[in-house]
Design a protein around this ligand. Structure first.
Ligand SMILES: NC(=O)c1ccc[n+]([C@@H]2O[C@H](COP(=O)([O-])OP(=O)(O)OC[C@H]3O[C@@H](n4cnc5c(N)ncnc54)[C@H](O)[C@@H]3O)[C@@H](O)[C@H]2O)c1
Length: 312
């Protein structure tokens, strides 16, 4: 079991903090002494998770705040709240995500739901919080990708899946985009001499709400392929305590490195202790990563130069 080093004095923001690996990440960060902003879409669910964590760690400093990553105005409002507070952010954990709505859905801004909430929302959030991150002494941005990134391809000619939506391929694209974003942020930080560590993780196969039926995704019942996977799947699965470890390692370990990608080490990389994961080749091409970054700046209207006027 990975032991999170002392986080006393560190201020963290975790998205998707009310369930799954996000809630476990908050629990372990709080247990190690961090103050944590629990960024959630539904305040009541966030408060419920907060109460559960406080039952274990009564002295934890947990602040539940609303963000909808599928709505750029909500991302801006959330960031504005933190900017108004002015507290330097030591750690941003881009954990939240959705998987494979059976039919094409869109965000408030008209983006395909997975590309919008798994990649563009976190992209805008990270850029908006950069000034607060860069005012912390040793800031980190840990981003949750997925083994699905291995099967992803960035469809620059149809990022929003307007020509033939495929749920799993769209999820894979969004998670590859997360990894490319993490690599590109690390490259930018190195280039500009920022003391900011950007890295990424994937949780292997972890039992969470991600795979459940959910009316909010238009999924009254599980997709057929998921039922097959559940019944015949010989793949190992793990609980959130284990599944959150690569992300916690990326976010807190003194051995973690900028630009690195972490995942479980055993049985097809789906379970087991954390180790460096092999990033898909497609996530390592600097030119393509720059192209994706520029597309994200255009689509979100949030750019690096706006955030850090003196940069460049
Ligand atoms: N569980 C797995 O096996 C697995 C595998 C690979 C990657 N992942 C990744 O792990 C991360 C966490 O997922 P999980 O497995 O804990 O599932 P989960 O469904 O329990 O957690 C996802 C969280 O994201 C939040 N979220 C979704 N859309 C949001 C939005 N628009 N705005 C704000 N929050 C939003 C949800 O409310 C929830 O709290 C995701 O990024 C997912 O892609 C999970």
């Amino acid at each position: 079991m990975y032991v999170v080093p002392d986080q006393t004095g560190r201020y963290a923001v975790v998205t998707g903090a009310n369930s799954g690996t996000g809630k476990e990440t908050v629990r372990r960060l709080a247990g190690a002494g961090a103050r944590v902003v629990m960024a959630v879409r539904t305040i009541a669910k966030g408060e419920q998770a907060r109460a559960e964590i406080l039952a274990q760690y009564p002295d934890a400093h947990l602040d539940v705040r609303r963000i909808d990553l599928a709505d750029l105005a909500s991302v801006e409002e959330f960031a504005a709240g933190l900017i108004a507070d002015g507290t330097p952010i030591d750690l941003l954990v881009n954990n939240a995500g959705v998987m494979a709505p059976p039919t094409r859905m869109t965000t408030a801004d008209g983006f395909e739901l997975q590309f919008g909430s798994n990649f563009l929302g976190p992209f805008a959030l990270t850029l908006r919080l950069l000034p607060l991150l860069l005012s912390a002494p040793a800031p980190r941005v840990a981003t949750m990708s997925s083994g699905a990134a291995n099967f992803g391809r960035i469809r620059f000619d149809d990022l929003q899946w307007e020509q033939g939506y495929r749920p799993a391929a769209s999820y894979a694209q969004s998670k590859l985009a997360d990894l490319m974003f993490s690599h590109q942020l690390a490259a930018i930080a190195a280039d500009r001499g920022w003391n900011l560590m950007s890295n990424a993780a994937h949780p292997g196969y972890t039992v969470t709400n991600l795979q459940s039926a959910g009316a909010s995704l238009g999924r009254e019942k599980l997709p057929w392929w998921h039922t097959l996977v559940e019944h015949f799947n010989p793949l190992p699965k793990q609980g959130v305590e284990q599944g959150a470890e690569p992300l916690l390692f990326a976010a807190t370990s003194r051995e973690a490195a900028a630009g690195a990608y972490y995942g479980p080490s055993k049985r097809l990389g789906l379970v087991g202790p954390t180790k460096l994961a092999k990033a898909p080749r497609r996530s390592l091409d600097a030119q393509t990563n720059t192209r994706l970054w520029e597309a994200a700046e255009r689509l979100t209207g949030v750019s690096l130069l706006d955030r850090i006027p003196s940069a460049g």
